[in-house]
Write a protein that binds this ligand. Structure first.
Ligand SMILES: Cc1ncc(COP(=O)(O)O)c(C=O)c1O
Length: 406
């Protein structure tokens, strides 16, 4: 609990007054504030009688076909590479599924009676570390810094660690930095997973929010390596793509044995997706118009951020996702100042990362800002933030400051 980023944020701000006579705004959480697609309302009410039915872990065939069809179109996969009968299942939000994969992938012990290892980037979505701990594994953090383009160098992972690795989480577009991995990077990870027989969990929940070309997914890496799904499981969500966080709906796809194990965990102690929600989700995965509309709003928001913050930070627009990742010199100082002066809540970057043995936290200098408001509101919020951030960077020496000193 003490590592939970939002618990830490509440503690940091508990004695700070939200100030400036402004309406408080939470830009700390990655929850899109757009109106969800209207079709959800109609589809769920049409399925009213199905609220009387127990949901099934594997959902139903129309959903699995819609998910497999979407993957095939989106990632240009050969027909049949993702079989809706065995390679895909719905999940009640990918958070739960990301947690469950650690429970199913981590054995009691690694070779030589050692503790199994779960690899993850640093900073990371907090569920990866929580899941590793619950599964009894040792987390191994791979620093994702500006120097490595926010994608940790695979060749630098020690052989002794790889020997014990049961699971690796990767995330592209990355939360928090919004970096997008080249296909070669995903392929390298999948090759490594197969060479050392661990599970590669590719978290792709931001894949539909991008500014340029659509980000690659790990299924494309599987396609490049011949089309088998061995050692791979990927995670997709409607929370970001379709502004539907409250639906709690996503899916996993990958190797049949991994999907079976995820389904088993749901059958014993999880929550399957209710049929009416599944009906709405089936339609959402078959519609791209609403996704394009949301994507356009994020692009507007990134452009507004660029206008408001350029003088202090230079280029702030990320390739993917909907977060600003700003080097403010001291993330906690910036979060406090924004709350005190502008009543805006953001997340100190350090709360998303673990310090190494020497105490170095690769994200301590940063804040994460979720660009999740309607563009007009977002633009006003960014203007409110800009002078506060300029002062923090002056006092603590953020990115631009460092660039000037070089
Ligand atoms: C990187 C990442 N993965 C997964 C999730 C979980 O999303 P959901 O459970 O809503 O599908 C989130 C949500 O914030 C996230 O940021």
């Amino acid at each position: 609990m003490r590592f939970h980023p939002f618990t830490r944020l509440n503690k940091l701000l508990e004695s700070v007054q939200a100030g400036g006579g402004n309406t408080p705004l939470a830009l700390s959480v990655g929850e899109p504030q757009f109106t969800p697609p209207q079709m959800i309302q109609r589809l769920i009410s049409e399925q009213f009688p199905l609220w009387g039915k127990y949901p099934q872990a594997l959902g139903n065939e129309p959903f699995r076909k819609a998910a497999a069809g979407w993957l095939t179109r989106r990632f240009r996969l050969p027909e049949g590479m993702v079989d809706p009968a065995k390679h895909v299942m719905p999940v009640s939000g990918t958070r739960e599924a990301l947690f469950h994969i650690a429970l199913s992938a981590v054995p009691e012990s690694a070779p030589g009676d050692d503790k199994p290892v779960v690899l993850m980037p640093n900073p990371f979505y907090h569920v990866y570390a929580g899941a590793a701990a619950a599964a009894g594994a040792e987390p191994y953090f791979l620093n994702a810094t500006e120097e490595n383009g926010f994608f940790p160098e695979i060749a630098a992972i020690p052989a002794a660690i790889l020997k014990r690795t049961a699971l690796a989480y990767i995330c592209s577009p990355a939360n928090p930095q919004g970096a997008v991995a080249p296909l070669s990077y995903l392929t390298e990870w999948l090759k490594l997973a197969r060479a050392h027989n661990f599970v590669l969990a590719s978290d792709e929940c931001y894949s539909e929010i991008y500014r340029g070309t659509p980000p690659h997914g790990a299924l494309e890496a599987a396609r490049e390596l011949g089309g088998a799904l061995d050692n791979l499981i990927i995670f997709h969500s409607l929370s970001k793509r379709s502004s539907g966080a409250g639906l709690r709906s996503g899916f996993v796809a990958g190797e049949a044995r991994l999907i079976q194990r995820q389904a088993q965990l749901i059958n014993f102690g999880g929550v399957a997706t209710p049929f009416p929600i599944l009906a709405a989700a089936t339609a959402l995965w078959q519609d791209e118009a609403h996704v394009a509309d949301y994507r356009a709003k994020y692009i507007e928001n990134f452009n507004a951020a660029q206008d408001a913050l350029e003088d202090t930070f230079g280029e702030v627009r990320a390739e993917g996702g909907f977060f600003l990742w700003l080097d403010v010199g001291d993330g906690e100082a910036a979060a406090k100042a924004l709350w005190e002066k502008a009543a805006i809540k953001v997340l100190p970057g350090g709360y998303m990362a673990r310090p190494d043995a020497s105490g170095f936290n690769p994200s301590q200098r940063y804040i994460r800002v979720a660009l999740v408001l309607e563009p007009a509101e977002m633009s006003a919020a960014l203007k409110r933030m800009a002078p506060v951030l300029a002062r923090v960077v002056d006092a603590h020496g953020g990115a631009q400051q460092r660039a000037k000193m070089v």
